[in-house]
Design a protein around this ligand. Structure first.
Ligand code: 13P
Ligand code: SF4
Length: 390
């Protein structure tokens, strides 16, 4: 039997949880009601041929994902972007930090386009370079900066990645956070980690994969003097977690896990590591979006799952696996509003502009930031292949 217990609200803008850049599209954005949009996107892609490579994150809308040459999580898309040096244009259907990473990893002759510049990420916005530099000064004042390896989640701006590259650290994604932390702790015997900007991925990985305890971790609050921590607390900690979170994954609760376990026989709870630690502790399986997809693909017919990740992906999994009982781990709609900003009108507009010889919404990282962010990204890409994906 198939029970798809998903909210039935239309795929609109979703709950407006995340920050938006308020950038208007110059030029003519086709109306969403245009019945020819699918045909227009197809024709523009065909006209561009191998000159364009369209990347689609798993959280994108169905109307957009159908035009992606490849789909993936942040880690896979970063690798895929780097693997197509021949494509003149990379159209990134995802959010701003992903397009920045693609620009850093692609060649100088390639241009990266984000169809809607308002597709930001509230988590990435929670760590600003000036705030991180202040935190670093506090670590220097506490006498421990030399031992601290900064690790930033992919979901951060290019200047935060550059900060990590410049200070001996690296980038990680939810697919390889464990190997990245292992690498960081190996840099010196007394190493500590400053983990940016997602406290939950940092804590979940430290406790579940690295054998640390919750008490080994402290939380640096950029809105409080001294991060809200004493120099002693900083000196005693193994992990200093930035106080950031994902507005989408932060909504899942342990109470709903309990409710679903009580109502769906043998349900397995499968969540993304951006979820809160209390939720992860109650889950059966935890992993990146690629891991979640592979787990459902490998699951036997008739098995029951409640999935804690972005709703576009969960709905797509439910539709693709009608022989499995797939539920969403939240009672209310939970799209990522900024991921959802990339819709078919914006994609058509970006592609047709390219056909007409105009590059719109180019994402370009400045050379100095790019140099150091690339150091941090390359450290990640050269980690041993112990990821969920490999
Ligand atoms: P991954 O793509 O690494 O699974 O991260 C999920 C996410 O929140 C992307 O914005
Ligand atoms: Fe950012 Fe969360 Fe949306 Fe990913 S799902 S883009 S982390 S707000």
């Amino acid at each position: 039997m198939t029970t798809v217990d998903l909210p039935l609200l239309p795929l609109g803008r979703g709950t407006d949880l995340t920050s938006e850049r308020g950038v208007e599209c110059p030029g003519d954005l086709p109306p969403a009601s245009d019945p020819a949009l699918v045909e227009r996107a197809r024709a523009a892609k065909e006209a561009l041929g191998d000159r364009v490579f369209v990347l689609g994150h798993h959280y994108q809308r169905d109307e957009v994902i159908q035009f992606a040459d490849v789909t993936g999580d942040s880690f896979k898309l970063a690798r895929d972007a780097a693997a197509r040096p021949d494509a003149e244009f990379i159209v990134f259907c995802g959010v701003h930090f992903m397009a920045e990473s693609a620009d850093i990893l692609t060649g100088p002759g390639q241009q990266v386009i984000l169809p809607d510049l308002a597709a930001g990420c509230s988590m990435a916005d929670m760590a600003r370079l000036t705030q991180v530099e202040l935190a670093w000064e506090a670590l220097e004042a506490a006498g421990i900066a030399g031992a601290v390896v900064p690790v930033t989640y992919m979901n951060s701006s290019a200047d935060i990645k550059a900060f990590c590259g410049r200070n001996g650290g690296l980038v990680c994604t939810s697919s390889n956070a464990e190997v990245a932390l292992e690498w960081a702790f190996e840099q010196r015997p007394d190493a500590k980690i400053l983990f940016l900007p997602d406290q939950h991925l940092g804590r979940n990985t430290a406790v579940q994969k690295m054998g640390l305890t919750v008490d080994d971790c402290v939380v640096w609050d950029p809105h409080r003097p001294g991060g809200g921590l004493t120099p002693e607390q900083l000196r005693d900690a193994r992990m200093i977690l930035w106080k950031g979170h994902c507005s989408v994954h932060g909504r899942f609760s342990p109470e709903v896990v309990d409710e679903l376990r009580a109502t769906i026989p043998d349900v397995q709870i499968l969540v993304h590591p951006e979820c809160r630690h209390e939720v992860v502790l109650k889950a059966d399986l935890v992993g990146s979006t690629e891991f979640i997809i592979k787990t459902i693909e490998a699951a036997p017919a008739g098995s029951s799952w409640a999935i804690g990740t972005e709703l576009n992906l969960v709905k797509r999994l439910a539709a693709a696996h009608p022989d499995k009982n797939i539920s969403f781990l939240d009672k209310t709609v939970c799209y990522c509003s900024t991921m959802n900003r990339i819709d078919l009108p914006h994609l058509v507009w970006a592609l047709e502009s390219l056909v007409a010889g105009t590059v719109v919404n180019r994402i370009e990282v400045d050379p100095e930031t790019e140099k150091w962010a690339l150091v941090a990204l390359e450290r990640m890409l050269s980690l041993p292949g112990k990821t969920h994906k490999d």
